[in-house]
Design a protein around this ligand. Structure first.
Ligand code: PGA
Length: 255
């Protein structure tokens, strides 16, 4: 697998856009966004829309895509679940693990996130590990401890080579879908912490080379400031990735 070209613009569609809407979005998006070699654009549609994505984007290999969540087992009697090993068949090449909505709504704890991460890697997918603190944790001065725990527990079972391949997304929970964005200074500070924790689990070179995305109410109006913050190598975007105009504006930034 190739190392993604930073900046990485990642769209997390969450529980929006079935196959039909996925295809109409992509038709319009391809008219608003021409391929660029100095960035990576990746979409995380709902799993049911992955094949529709592949079909509609077949002339645009620069538009990468992946799965939002997988089960922690390879296969089995788990009604409603999908496994990482099924994903490459759809043409998708990426997978998220540890998104705060999974942690909060579905009880994905650090141990489960570690398992899911392993499954993504074993399936040959580019894994994105999402980390971030709640407002309560931030106000209680626990930012450092939370990031340290989330990263060390997720990386613990992995080989050095696997650790080196992970892309990180720092998403302060209080900024997700709230319209409240971390200031560029806050983002830079948290990204430095994430990099330090990755260094603890790897080595200084691995930490230096790690791609760390910022997520939480990213919009066309704040993308340049965020991308200009030291250590911010891209963004993971929810709400603003659902409209062609705002998502194209984000993906075209800096060109
Ligand atoms: P948001 O979501 O851009 O709507 O805040 C980001 C995310 O949850 O990845």
């Amino acid at each position: 697998m190739n190392v993604p070209q930073a900046p990485v613009f990642a769209a997390n569609w969450k529980m929006y856009k079935g196959p039909v809407e996925t295809r109409s979005f992509l038709t319009a998006f391809q008219g608003s966004y021409a391929p660029r070699e100095d960035a990576t654009v990746v979409f995380f549609p709902p799993a049911v829309s992955l094949s529709a994505f592949a079909l509609e984007a077949k002339g645009r290999p620069d538009l990468e895509f992946g799965v939002q969540d997988v089960h922690s087992e390879v296969e089995g009697a788990h009604t409603g679940a999908i496994s990482a090993s099924m994903i490459p068949e759809t043409g998708a090449g990426w997978g998220l693990a540890g998104h705060s909505e999974r942690r909060r709504e579905f009880g994905d704890d650090d141990a489960l996130v570690a398992h899911k991460l392993m499954r993504l890697l074993a399936a040959g997918l580019q894994a994105v590990l999402c980390v971030g603190e709640t407002l309560e944790e931030r106000e209680a001065g626990q930012l450092d401890a939370v990031l340290s725990r989330q990263i060390s527990e997720a990386l613990h079972p992995l080989s050095v080579e696997q650790r080196r391949s992970i892309v990180y997304a720092y998403e302060p929970v209080w900024a997700i879908g709230t319209g409240r964005t971390a200031t560029p200074e806050d983002a830079a500070g948290a990204h430095a912490l994430v990099r330090e924790k990755v260094g603890d689990a790897l080595d200084p070179v691995g930490a230096e080379q790690a791609i760390i995305l910022y997520g939480g109410s990213v919009k066309p109006g704040n993308i340049s400031d965020l991308l200009g913050s030291p250590g911010v190598d891209g963004v993971l975007v929810g709400g603003a990735s659902l409209e062609v105009e705002s998502w194209a504006a984000i993906c075209n930034s800096g060109r």
